[in-house]
Design a protein around this ligand. Structure first.
Ligand code: SF4
Length: 411
């Protein structure tokens, strides 16, 4: 997206189907995550899958590392609300077992299943069953021969690993493939995906592997994934965080919504950073509002602003907002004051009005409100605050005088 809000054209890729979810082509960019339970624990894994789906996850991956996991998948897949992908490392037989269990996709790591006849056996059976495969190259487990040839984990080596695997698939006529070239280094993964997108038109699965715990992990993953999405590269994404996987799903969904690549599903909460003028603890109110909105399906932008002096104006684009002043909360809709509530009822009032707007629309909310009274009350509290705090509550003018004084005395 450029500064004018124009979206960079999305790179054209082929489309594959992961069960009911289309990936690539003009399909919406999908969000993936991975369960952290033992896959043999059917009920525990399903609980996590339900939570992931509720948080906006479109596709869930489960490890299939032993026969008990494959047996678990046979029970999980029919009860899952989203397609299930089996994650396979080292043992190609687990890929065959997972397909027998009915999974809608496989992920193979070319770094640890290397025998061409085994790779081809899996691809042939996947072709017969209509199961797509992700070639999941990982910088940390790159094939040793490629590591040596390219002098380390380089973008070229990672792309070569993916293309080598793709060639085996081509040999058996299998093309239901998506590819990832993840690394824990953001610049490395960005460059690898750029090169990969030039080399193939298969859909790409984006991720920064082993990004770590939030907030640093969130930042790393966002830096890598968002950079590529804004260049039009990427068809499905996964945040790899050392955290509850629900956080991964939530982050993926929120990133896509923030970039305008998926429709908003839940509240987009914006809040001022607070300053000397704040009449409330903005951090606490914003946190409580986030918790109150939770996973409610309210696709609105809601603002929490620390003061009525600047809040309603600064957040005039929000669908709904609240600004504090004189121990009261001033509610506003698209910058229009609509109601005043006691300070300790601010969060409840936000939720109530958000539900009303979601059901009846912005115009109905403004029509229902006594805007004249609300505007008068807001003007009153604004003047009281200005009289009390002045219009330079952060003492910028004093600081400027001091800065100029120092500058004029410096040699
Ligand atoms: S001026 Fe008011 S709305 Fe703006 S940052 Fe300060 S408290 Fe928040």
């Amino acid at each position: 997206m450029d500064v004018n809000g124009t979206t960079t054209a999305r790179r054209v890729t082929r489309q594959i189907a992961v069960g009911s979810v289309a990936v690539g082509g003009d399909a919406p960019i999908s969000v993936q995550s991975m369960t952290i339970t033992k896959t043999a624990d059917v009920e525990g894994t399903l609980q996590q899958i339900y939570a992931l789906a509720a948080a906006g996850c479109d596709i869930v991956r489960c490890t299939c590392n032993e026969a008990a996991a494959a047996e678990g998948l046979a029970q999980i897949v029919p009860r899952s609300p989203v397609p299930i992908i089996a994650d396979i490392h080292h043992q190609y037989r687990m890929a065959l077992a997972a397909m027998e269990a009915g999974v809608q996709g496989l992920r193979l790591n070319p770094g640890n299943i290397r025998k061409p006849d085994q790779i081809k056996a899996v691809a042939t059976e996947a072709g017969d069953r209509g199961v797509p495969i992700r070639i999941g190259v990982n910088g940390g487990s790159l094939d040793q021969a490629l590591y040596t040839k390219y002098g380390g984990v380089t973008p070229e080596a990672m792309v070569a690993s993916a293309m080598q695997e793709l060639a085996y698939f081509d040999e058996v006529g299998f093309d239901q493939v998506k590819i990832s070239v993840k690394a824990s280094s953001v610049p490395l993964m960005v460059e690898a995906y750029r090169q990969l997108s030039e080399a193939t038109d298969h859909p790409l699965h984006l991720g920064v592997t082993e990004a770590g715990p939030p907030p640093a992990g969130l930042l790393k993953a966002t830096a890598g994934i968002a950079t590529l999405l804004l260049e039009g590269i990427g068809d499905t994404i996964r945040y790899s965080l050392t955290a509850d996987p629900v956080e991964e799903a939530r982050a993926g969904r929120q990133l896509l919504e923030a970039l305008g690549l998926r429709e908003r599903k839940n509240v987009d909460l914006i809040a001022c950073p607070s300053c000397g003028r704040a009449e409330i603890d903005v951090i606490d109110v914003a946190q409580r509002a986030m918790e109150a909105f939770g996973e409610r399906k309210l696709p609105l932008q809601v603002a929490v602003m620390g003061c009525v002096v600047n809040g309603p104006g600064e957040a005039r684009e929000a669908d709904l907002g609240i600004a504090a002043g004189n121990k009261r909360g001033h509610l506003f809709v698209k910058g229009r004051n609509i109601a005043v509530v006691p300070e300790d009822e601010m969060v409840e009032a936000l939720v109530e009005w958000a539900e009303f707007i979601n059901e009846h629309g912005i115009e109905a909310a403004i029509a229902k409100a006594d805007t004249t009274k609300a505007e008068r009350e807001a003007a009153r509290d604004r003047s009281l605050l200005l009289a009390d705090q002045g219009d330079d509550v952060n003492h910028a003018a004093e600081k400027i005088v001091e800065i100029r004084k120092r500058a004029s005395t410096e040699v």
